[in-house]
Design a protein around this ligand. Sequence first.
Ligand SMILES: Nc1ncnc2c1ncn2[C@@H]1O[C@H](COP(=O)(O)OP(=O)(O)OP(=O)(O)O)[C@@H](O)[C@H]1O
Length: 260
Amino acid sequence: MSKILEIKHAGFSYNQKEDIFNDVNLSLESGDVLCILGPNGTGKSTLIKCMNGLLKLNSGNILINNQNIHSLNKNDLAKIIGYIPQSHNSTFAFSVFDVVLMGRAPHLSLTSVPGDKDYKIAEEALKSLGISHLTDKTYTEISGGERQMVLIARVLAQQPQILLLDEPTSHLDFGNQIRTLDVINKLAENGLSVIMTSHFPDHAFLSSNKVAIMNGGTIMEIGTPESVITEENMRRAYNIDVKIMEVDEHRKACIPMPIK
Ligand SMILES: Nc1ncnc2c1ncn2[C@@H]1O[C@H](COP(=O)(O)OP(=O)(O)OP(=O)(O)O)[C@@H](O)[C@H]1O
């Protein structure tokens, strides 16, 4: 299968002195869900920002559909890549529906306005996440978790080929975390490629076919969830003991053990 995204020997530094990461290599095919785990401050969000073209690598390349990311203009990139940052504040009192409808912007020309098709796509995005009841609410007056769901709806309305999600479940209640992972799984079944960062190895077991652990300035391990989320790798990455348990024949769970 052809690679939709490829990162080759990527290195990045904010100040040209200390590298945040070096020699990062990974690739994504249509329908892949890659979960990036790793301790705080190891560069997961920075790498996601490089994949979105917001930051420029110091070394190496990022290819989107075999084209260098920096050869694509902003609008073309927005048609291919949807991105939800770790935190997002809006000071404008848009309605939830308008926020979701804004996801259609890359598909409209400078002079056109959203049409019936765009309205329908925005409605469907809200419905697929079970949040149609928020449609007429004011975005600045809903909870942090509700806002996170609305941003996911907006990025779904954008209909990208690649979805970059920086800790997509961080503000969500237990049920909405699992429902969001389920939506991600369904989108991937339809060919969307997803890269998400997470602090929950179990979320990778639930929704990913690839896992990478960022640690010590590079990708420490990459592969299937079963091969990467091991007791030894979790100890190396997080310096804690975990037990990997079989929930059933298709599912494992990562249980943290008390610190002795
Ligand atoms: N704008 C910036 N300027 C300078 N340094 C930064 C900037 N943003 C992040 N850093 C530094 O880069 C390193 C990696 O940060 P990053 O946010 O990518 O880590 P992370 O793995 O996503 O962390 P977390 O799991 O805590 O969200 C950290 O040491 C951080 O302090």
